[in-house]
Write a protein that binds this ligand. Structure first.
Ligand code: NDP
Length: 279
């Protein structure tokens, strides 16, 4: 299996990336980003609301300066905190993210949430403008359900390259996943490990012992093998390595079915239908 997937604009996205939610700015985060890249991660995921873009950018710039990778080999994602912001404010949000990260461009820029007011069209048009000006490699959305995507596709021009959604064995998101496959939108899983709350699940532990892998590796391999991009977060060097060491085995079809049968359609994180940017 290739370690990348082709997006609807031809850009290659790594199947496994490194998440950075709930990690504050600081030397520890910059060091963790460097560790991740040294372990083979090429996708790094951050967001304006995480208030850590500067340290993420610092780790990236340091590892490039050390000659370990080039900027072109990396796939850097951030997200606009699009809480009712205007077209102009969305353009500014992208410039602000680049300034904080001290980078010239991002590979993927996302609208973080649809919100409850359905006011994301001007925000998306701003992302379309940034993309048309070739200042970002790809644009996408996060936490969009089918009706949000239907509105976006009907009223705007560019089909999102990615929809980043909460996705784990207890929440397989079949409906939005099927819709995204139909429209050529890549699914990317956030909180793939349910923020570590699913790692003791009996079925997953049984499957893990069958393959001699950890529960985390089974979940991440399931996502990777079913063409879902996944972005586990860890600040622990051994886990950073563990979470990307998933390309040396295949899950049997019957085990993939067992994992997907765990679905409960619940939400560990906020439900996009009611999420109004924490207001
Ligand atoms: P994850 O599901 O990635 O879980 C992270 C937690 O699991 C941490 O506590 C980590 O601990 C622990 N962990 C990681 N790997 C292992 C392992 N191999 N064994 C045991 N424990 C492990 O949660 P996140 O919520 O961080 O989601 C991942 C990323 O998705 C985020 O960091 C962010 O980039 C993105 N995201 C996007 C959202 C959106 O709205 N678009 C919302 C939420 C997340 P430790 O660090 O101590 O090792």
């Amino acid at each position: 299996m290739s370690k990348t997937i082709e997006l609807n604009n031809g850009l290659l996205i790594p199947r496994v990336g490194y998440g950075t939610f709930r990690v504050p700015e600081g030397a520890d985060l910059a060091a963790a980003v460097k560790t991740a890249i040294k372990e083979g991660y090429r996708l790094i995921d951050t967001a304006a609301i995480y208030e850590n873009e500067a340290s993420v950018g610092q780790g990236i710039r340091e590892v490039i300066a050390e000659g370990l990778v080039t900027r072109e080999e990396l796939f850097i994602t951030s997200k606009a905190w699009n809480d009712g912001i205007s077209y102009e404010e969305t353009l500014q949000a992208y410039d602000d993210a680049l300034a904080r990260m001290e980078l010239d461009y991002l590979d993927l820029y996302l609208l973080h949430w649809p919100g409850t007011k359905n006011d994301f069209i001007p925000q998306w048009e701003a992302l379309e403008k940034i993309y048309a000006d070739k200042r970002v490699k790809s644009i996408g959305v996060s936490n969009f359900h089918v009706h949000h995507l239907e509105k976006l596709l009907k009223e705007t021009t560019i089909v999102p390259a990615v929809n980043q959604i909460e996705l784990n064995p207890l929440q397989t998101q079949k409906q939005v996943h099927a819709f995204c496959i139909e429209k050529g939108i890549q699914i990317e899983a956030w909180s793939p490990l349910m923020n570590a709350e699913i790692l003791e699940h009996a079925t997953l532990k049984t499957i893990a012992s069958k393959y001699g892998k950890t529960t985390a590796q089974i979940i991440l391999r399931w996502q990777t093998q079913t063409d879902i991009v996944t972005i586990p977060k860890s600040m622990t060097p051994s886990r950073i390595a563990e979470n990307i060491a998933i390309f040396d085995f295949d899950l049997d079809g019957e085990d993939i079915l067992l994992i997907e049968a765990l679905n409960e359609d619940g939400h560990y994180g906020p439900d996009p239908e009611g999420f109004d940017f924490g207001r």
